[in-house]
Design a protein around this ligand. Structure first.
Ligand code: XIL
Length: 370
């Protein structure tokens, strides 16, 4: 009897048929205790239309950001017209999975309709009128999700690359204090929500210095900035791990946490480095789109190594890192297929177009065990 049992066991082990699944983990489990692992989700993932993507989101991540669903043009497309149909589902999804839910974003120069800055004749409105609109928007949107959205990217991309304030319509019409108002009102609308400042290319010393001064100015006005969000629309060779390391240190000294809020790593030829200006539109050609069918193994490995190196830096700073969020689930979902060059085949994320985890996924999991 025992002999027969042993024989069966040997067979099972040899064929592997009844072997337990190989010790598998998920991103959120691998980084549990260090920082949240988040992902930006699109409309199809929010509604579940993209079942494959939604499954990956639920299994692998413990934080979500809406890729577009909470931007002004989506929730507040017309004066006095709010549309929360998608953002309500977004927040419900995060609650269902007990995720850390991020709101993105309240004051930005992009994806904000023209009417916001104009009167009915199309002429620019004045400071008081724009402040009233901003106040209404913030209290309506933040108030609706009070106690449910834990963290708000209050302002997005308010700085130029040289560290000066971006000359947006917000600044032109209201003046520099539009930011102070936005942060104060967000806090009033939901005192429990974290207040973030989010921007790209913060690894550039001048821009980083501008962000430091901005955070100090907000702090001096009595605002508790909780997190500086470093977007992280990176390339294989920019930013260097040394400058990422330094950037996190510089912000941590301000007494805030740091989050990587929009991580993706492009392997395609860079046309405009060090920016995430979404108004850039460059026409594609063969030279700019070298891998229209698949990514060569060597580049796949470069990408994996690059992800591991960056996660190594994030882990080194785990005491001040609150979250690392990827800007999309699969390569097919990524905005980088169309930015800064339209119509390229880009490979910046951790899952491929078929929904399979890439070498970079394994590298990120492995990096957690350092
Ligand atoms: C991008 C989205 O991914 C695209 O779908 C949209 O068309 C444009 O905006 N910085 C940000 C994000 O803060 O909101 C942007 O998201 C990418 C750059």
């Amino acid at each position: 009897m025992l002999k027969r049992y042993l024989l069966i066991q040997t067979l099972i082990l040899a064929t592997g048929v009844f072997m337990p699944a190989q010790s598998s983990t998920t991103l959120k489990d691998a980084y549990h205790g260090a920082f949240y692992i988040g992902v930006a989700i699109n409309a199809d993932q929010i509604t579940g239309q993209d079942a494959r993507g939604a499954k990956i989101v639920a299994e692998q991540f413990d934080s979500i950001t809406p890729e577009n669903a909470l931007k002004w043009e989506r929730v507040h497309p017309q004066p006095n017209t709010y549309d929360f149909s998608l953002s309500d589902q977004y927040v419900a999804l995060g609650e269902k999975h007990h995720m850390f839910i991020v709101g993105h974003t309240l004051v930005w120069h992009s994806q904000t309709p023209d009417w916001v800055f104009q009167d009915t004749q199309g002429k620019p409105i004045r400071r008081e009128a724009l402040l009233t609109r901003l106040h209404d928007h913030i209290f309506t949107v933040v108030g609706r999700y009070k106690g449910r959205i834990q963290s708000w990217d209050v302002a997005n991309e308010a700085l130029n690359d040289d560290g000066t304030m971006r000359d947006s319509k917000w600044k032109q019409i209201i003046g520099d204090d539009y930011l102070i108002k936005a942060y104060q009102w967000t806090h009033e609308a939901d005192p429990s929500a974290e207040l973030n400042y989010n921007d790209y290319s913060l690894e550039l010393p001048a821009k980083r210095q501008g962000a430091v001064e901005l955070v100090k100015k907000l702090q001096a006005a009595g605002i508790k900035v909780a997190v500086v969000g470093v977007q992280g629309h990176d390339n294989l060779d920019w930013p260097s791990t040394a400058s990422e390391d330094e950037t996190i240190d510089v912000f941590a000294k301000l007494g805030v946490k740091v989050a990587i809020t929009e991580l993706d790593i492009d392997v395609l030829p860079a046309v405009e480095s060090h920016t995430a200006d979404i108004s850039l539109h460059i026409k594609s050609d063969l030279r700019l789109n070298p891998y229209p069918k698949e990514l060569p193994d060597a580049v796949q490995k470069d990408l994996a190594r690059r992800y591991a190196d960056l996660f190594g830096i994030f882990l080194k700073h785990r005491d001040v890192m609150s979250r690392v969020t990827l800007w999309g689930v699969t390569d097919a979902d990524s905005w980088r297929n169309d930015w800064p060059v339209k119509g390229r085949t880009s490979y910046p994320l951790l899952w491929d177009r078929a929904g399979n985890p890439k070498l970079a996924y394994d590298a990120v999991i492995k990096a957690s065990r350092q």
